[in-house]
Design a protein around this ligand. Structure first.
Ligand code: F6R
Length: 260
């Protein structure tokens, strides 16, 4: 695990955007795994800015999002389809045939999950998987107790996750109880996993992920098994790391140091 600690959320976000841009410059046809949630909003704003500045082209990439709420059709304002369409896909005029999310309104959500997993494999697998982390250690919607060998499937959301995500829904709207999510095994197959966490509310989950035992109690700890995982943090999200000083020695200010 490469742990990069940046001074503030803006710097951490810019580092995360830079990793995505680098990956697309290296391979404009890269397959990206995308995430939603509050942490990702400034990431997509930053990516949009870099694309509009002509630093990077996104029209040849393919994307697969991590998850979608069961029961929400793509046009539902709180669906992750809408989140992505509004923040990235529509402003860049991306071809919908290249930007994939699980269909929350599929008649058979379990079959949709299996189809989605197979579609990722068929696209050649994910080159760069973007991840956020839940306060309870979830990645995607792999809630605590998720099998670390899980494929894409339907998961029941915890009360904590539904409460955390209630902020995106209206006061009289219920947060869906189920989601289709890429599994932990699916995420671990990505060639590079980039997890971004900002803010004090993520500090405990980040420390358990990086320094706790490998355990289904903290699904993000499965990233300890990933051959190339980059964890991008701001100072607040890094606050509970016991080995923080070591990470800051290896990557001062979250920067690469050339050897020799
Ligand atoms: C969303 C997703 C989730 C979020 C996580 C953090 O696609 O997969 O794992 O990344 O719940 O959400 P925020 O950033 O809203 O705290």
């Amino acid at each position: 695990m490469k742990i990069l600690i940046l001074p503030d959320p803006a710097a951490a976000t810019a580092t995360c955007v830079a990793l995505i841009v680098e990956s697309l410059i290296e391979n404009p046809k890269a397959v990206l795994g995308l995430a939603t949630g509050g942490t990702m909003e400034p990431v997509y704003a930053g990516l949009l800015k870099r694309a509009r500045a002509g630093d990077v082209l996104l029209d040849r990439m393919t994307s697969f999002n991590l998850d979608e709420y069961v029961g929400l059709p793509p046009e539902h304002p709180q669906s992750y389809h809408s989140f992505m369409r509004e923040r990235l896909f529509a402003p860049l005029g991306l071809d919908p045939a290249r930007t994939h999310l699980p269909r929350g309104d599929a008649e058979d959500p379990a079959a949709e999950a299996a189809r989605y997993d197979a579609a990722i494999t068929q696209a050649g697998g994910i080159d760069l998987q973007l991840l956020g982390i839940g306060g309870n250690g979830h990645i995607g919607f792999n809630e605590p107790s998720s099998s670390l060998a899980s494929p894409t499937r339907v998961k029941t959301l915890t009360c904590a996750t539904r409460e955390a995500n209630a902020r995106f829904f209206g006061p009289d709207e219920a947060v869906p109880r189920f989601a289709i999510t890429m599994g932990i095994a699916t995420i671990l197959r990505s060639r590079h996993a980039v997890l971004l966490a900002t803010g004090a509310a993520k500090a405990a989950a980040v420390a358990t992920m990086a320094e706790g035992p490998l355990s289904a109690r903290c699904p993000a700890s499965a990233l300890q098994l990933h051959p190339k995982a980059t964890i991008v943090l701001d100072a607040e999200a890094a606050a509970d790391l016991e080995l923080r000083q070591y990470y800051e020695t290896v990557h001062p200010q979250g920067q690469e140091v050339t050897l020799g």
